[in-house]
Write a protein that binds this ligand. Structure first.
Ligand SMILES: [Zn+2]
Length: 440
């Protein structure tokens, strides 16, 4: 009985739907109708649906609001491992856009827009953290159209876009086919070592179909190749002593300097492009003490994992040699010897998006629609993690123009930011798809 009733009901609705289609099809219609099959639809078809049209129009009307959110979030400092306060503000904003929002164990803010097919997920993300310590003045200054503050563009722009796109989808009643997760993640910069994105991928990997990372401003590039990198710290320790009375004792700073000179003379290939940077050096307690410790932080990057490995080995050899040189030249070895170690602070995996991927096709199609062009780049971003797992991922700018990233003179100009927002939204919906009519 029950099944019969259910079947009758289904039959009735099917009849009603069919009748509605007859009416629709016989009516003179101006705009293209919504495609009803599940194959990917073109950006033009997508942008022609009333909901998407309304979401696209939302951006231009709300630029002032979007700029305000960017300023507000930028003014909440968010160094790596201290993103909680900014995360709470983003959570409130995403929740006010009708999303179910939670903060996971790692500190990522995750807002879900449920799709008709919840077994498949697409992520739109922007990192919360900045490179600036908590003591940095992050008050936003204005000079005409220009906004100035550390972190205003990287990643104030990405976060503002994340919130704007979530709100546009909500106001326009967009129902995606695949579920969309709007994610503000922790730990993208420096020693955060992509921990937020790593946790996200660990949690959702079986369902994840694509990841779109919003990082900084611009509309002219797309990162499809993950630059592999390692961050290492070398530490040399010794007994330490008095500059005058203990002269001749092995000195960790001397050893570190000897090691550094050797290391910076290492030859690296132009192709595959391979780079290194001694970014931090510290040690010693006073000018008239032989230090007991000296440290060095080095960032190593390469288009090739092989070269990365070679360069890390070279660094270890140079540190060992620097220590050996210092010990050999020490006049008084009876007062102790030097020890050394090299620790891995972080390692970012490499990977590459296939040229024929659906995600890249969606971006290209969105580019064509809004009139932008994307230069393909290799870089180190949150997209490294999904790419290294074979999950389709890109990192793009979120519109407007900016500069001085990672410096105190960082700036952002929101002029034309709608273009970046439209490009990101159309790419997102290009891979999530829209739910079929009956499910909407
Ligand atoms: Zn960034």
């Amino acid at each position: 009985m029950i099944s019969l009733t259910a079947r009758n009901f289904a039959w009735n609705s099917a009849m009603k739907r069919a009748a509605l289609w007859v009416i629709l099809l016989t009516m003179p219609v101006r705009s293209a109708s919504v495609p009803h099959n599940s194959r990917p639809i073109s950006t033009t078809q997508l942008a022609d649906t009333p909901e998407v049209r309304s979401a696209l129009a939302w951006f231009a009307r709300n630029v002032a609001w979007i700029n305000e959110q960017q300023i507000r979030l930028t003014e909440i400092s968010a160094p790596p491992f201290q993103e909680a306060q900014r995360a709470a503000a983003v959570k409130t904003l995403l929740a006010s856009s009708g999303l179910e929002v939670q903060i996971d164990k790692t500190g990522n803010v995750i807002g879900e827009l449920r799709g008709a097919n919840e077994k498949e997920i697409v992520v739109l993300s922007a990192h919360l953290d900045t490179v600036f310590p908590a003591t940095t003045d992050v008050k936003v200054r204005r000079e005409g159209e220009r906004l100035l503050a550390p972190g205003i563009s990287d990643n104030g722009t990405g976060l503002a876009a994340l919130i704007a796109i979530a709100r546009a989808c909500h106001e326009a009643h967009i129902h995606p086919r695949r579920s969309i997760l709007f994610v503000a993640d922790v730990g993208e910069e420096g020693e955060g070592n992509l921990r937020g994105m790593r946790a996200l991928i660990d949690g959702y990997k079986p369902k994840l179909k694509a990841v779109i990372v919003l990082d900084g401003s611009g509309t002219d590039h797309v990162t499809t190749k993950a630059l592999a990198s390692r961050r290492v710290e070398a530490t040399i320790t010794g007994p330490g002593g008095h500059s005058w009375s203990d002269f001749g004792m092995p000195n960790p700073i001397n050893a570190l300097v000897r090691a550094s000179v050797r290391f910076i003379n290492t030859k690296v290939p132009v192709t595959p492009r391979t780079t290194f940077n001694i970014g931090q050096i510290e040690g010693g307690t006073s000018v008239n003490s032989i230090p007991y410790e000296a440290k060095l932080k080095v960032d190593i990057r390469s288009e090739s994992e092989d070269e990365l490995g070679k360069l890390e080995s070279a660094l270890r050899e140079c540190i060992a040699a620097g220590v050996r040189d210092e010990m050999e030249s020490a006049r008084d070895r009876t007062k102790g010897k030097l020890e050394w170690k090299v620790d891995l602070l972080g390692s970012r995996p490499g990977g590459e998006l296939p040229a024929n991927s659906a995600l890249l096709a969606a971006l290209r199609s969105a580019d064509e629609y809004v009139g932008t062009q994307s230069r393909v780049e290799r870089s180190s971003t949150d997209a490294n993690v999904p790419l290294s797992h074979g999950i389709e991922a890109i990192s793009i700018g979120a519109g407007g123009t900016g500069g001085g990233a990672h410096s105190l003179n960082e700036w952002y100009e929101p002029v034309g930011r709608e273009l970046g927002l439209k490009r990101a939204l159309l790419t997102l919906l290009g891979v999530s798809g829209l739910a079929e009519e009956k499910a909407r």
